[in-house]
Design a protein around this ligand. Structure first.
Ligand SMILES: [Cu+2]
Length: 175
């Protein structure tokens, strides 16, 4: 057995207990110091990552829209997205004319407008908005009456190629 032990282990076992204790505590002190110096950059990095994530969240969130008061404006950087529905007041189970006006954004042939209820699957309801003027896109669709009695809808405009490829407007329908 003793022939199999390497010199380091023999040295370790033959060392005096207080010397061993000192070695062990000095080593743990070094580790602690290493942790402290490593934790600070990790901490700072996580804060910066979180703040970028938080601001990203903020810009991708839906915008509440008082649609019956008039069109909704959403600014994204230097671009503007204006959302409107006619006729007013906006009602469920009725044909609605959706208009999206883009300023400071490239021209598209058409846009996809997804109609959804937050937190509920209401089928695949996509309105095709066709370009009807410079930066103006229009199309018709229906927001069905919901069995749950909820009236909040989300209209998400897909803007392919932009930093924010989708922007949503929240609006209420009347029954
Ligand atoms: Cu619903």
């Amino acid at each position: 057995m003793s022939e199999l032990m390497n010199p380091m282990i023999i040295k370790y076992f033959s060392a005096k207990p207080d010397a061993l204790l000192f070695k062990a505590s000095f080593r743990s002190f070094l580790w602690w110091g290493l942790w402290q110096t490593m934790l600070l950059p990790v901490f700072l990095l996580s804060i910066s990552v979180y703040s970028v994530y938080a601001s990203e969240e903020k810009t991708s969130q839906s915008q509440a829209c008082e649609i019956n008061q008039g069109p909704c404006l959403r600014k994204i950087g230097g671009a503007s997205v204006i959302f409107d529905i006619e006729p007013k007041p906006v009602k469920a189970n009725r044909e609605l004319a959706f208009t999206v006006t883009l300023r400071g954004v490239k021209e598209y042939d058409s846009l996809r407008l997804k109609l959804q209820m937050p937190g509920m699957y209401m089928g695949n309801n996509v309105v095709k908005l066709v370009r009807s003027g410079k930066g103006i896109y229009t199309g018709k669709g229906v927001a069905p009456k919901c069995g749950s009695g909820k009236k909040l809808w989300s209209a998400s405009v897909e803007l392919p190629g932009l930093i924010l490829p989708e922007t949503s407007f929240l609006f209420n329908v009347l029954y």
